[in-house]
Design a protein around this ligand. Structure first.
Ligand code: SF4
Length: 295
């Protein structure tokens, strides 16, 4: 070896002049990487999580999670505050349709479509006195029933549904209203809303959430859903409302829809949910509307 030329040795510090590592902040890890590279060790040998193939992109540095400050109408704290206020406002509400059996509730619910509960309650006492059992309804023709339910509106369709349901219950379910969603859905005139009313209010089974006109409107006003189709609204509500609240929540919202959050002119000034509500058709507001607000 010519005099004056000394072979280069790995620096004890692990630093090496002219490398990019030298320019980066000094850490024990990059010192170790550099040291190994300088002494000719395999890039993967004994380096644990530092090991990566030559040319591969370095692992991304762990990100610190920023807490989002964006408004989220489905935030658990907001949902639980809505439920808490509904509990304070309507602590023990139940179904407003007069009934004393699952069959009577089924008839009343079918008759309540496009009508008011008060209107149905005016008709049903005499109806159940005249036809006291499901078998008595099953013996009728729809035409025979029509005069008795005429004042509830859509009486031809409703008569057909009530008589059809009675015949099916007598023929297939031994005269007993089934306590099962799938079986209930086989009855004429029974869709998920009616089935949920029977299961929740009579059998105390939380299988779904009743979505009637009030639940439909108010769930959108409170931004619990953006859907307009009752089965989809029900699915959205089932995701955000705890199951043990499904039955009571429907009753509470139905009562809220009758007393304060009415369709045309909601009484927002008297509503205890007001400062949580961003509905576009509010009649009075203490909160700023955001661009996604729905009516
Ligand atoms: S503030 Fe008005 S729109 Fe909102 S829930 Fe109450 S009554 Fe309905």
């Amino acid at each position: 070896m010519p005099r004056g030329i000394t072979p280069r040795q790995p620096a004890r510090t692990g630093r090496q002049e002219g490398t990019s590592v030298e320019k980066s902040p000094r850490t024990e890890k990059n010192a170790s990487v550099t040291r190994n590279a300088r002494v000719g060790k395999s890039a993967n040998a004994g380096m644990g999580t530092l090991a990566r193939p030559r040319g591969a992109a370095p692992a991304a540095a762990p990100r610190t999670q920023k807490k989002s400050t964006a408004y989220n109408p489905l935030a658990p704290e907001r949902i639980s505050e809505i439920l808490k206020r509904l509990d304070q406002l309507y602590p023990a509400v139940t179904c407003a349709l007069t009934h004393s059996s699952a069959w009577e509730l089924l008839v009343a619910t079918i008759l309540s479509a496009q009508s008011t509960d008060a209107n149905v309650n005016r008709v049903t006492p005499e109806l159940f006195r005249k036809y006291p059992t499901v078998e008595a309804f099953a013996a009728l023709t729809p035409e025979q029933l029509q005069p008795d339910v005429r004042s509830t509106g859509f009486f031809r369709n409703k008569s057909k549904s009530v008589v059809g349901a009675a015949k099916k219950i007598v023929a297939d379910f031994a005269g007993q209203v089934p306590d099962d969603m799938e079986k209930l859905l086989t009855l004429p005139g029974v869709a998920r809303k009616t089935a949920n009313v029977i299961l929740g209010s009579w059998f105390h089974k939380a299988v779904g959430v009743v979505v009637d006109t009030h639940v439909h409107r108010i769930s959108r006003r409170l931004e619990l859903t953006t859907q307009d189709d009752p089965p989809k609204i029900e699915l959205d509500l089932m995701k955000v409302i705890p199951r043990e609240k499904w039955i009571l929540f429907s009753h509470q919202i139905i009562w809220h829809g009758r007393s304060l959050c009415i369709a045309r002119k909601p009484k927002c000034v008297d509503c205890p949910l007001e400062n949580l509500c961003h509905a576009a058709d509010k009649t009075w507001s203490t909160v700023e509307m955001h661009k996604n607000a729905k009516a």
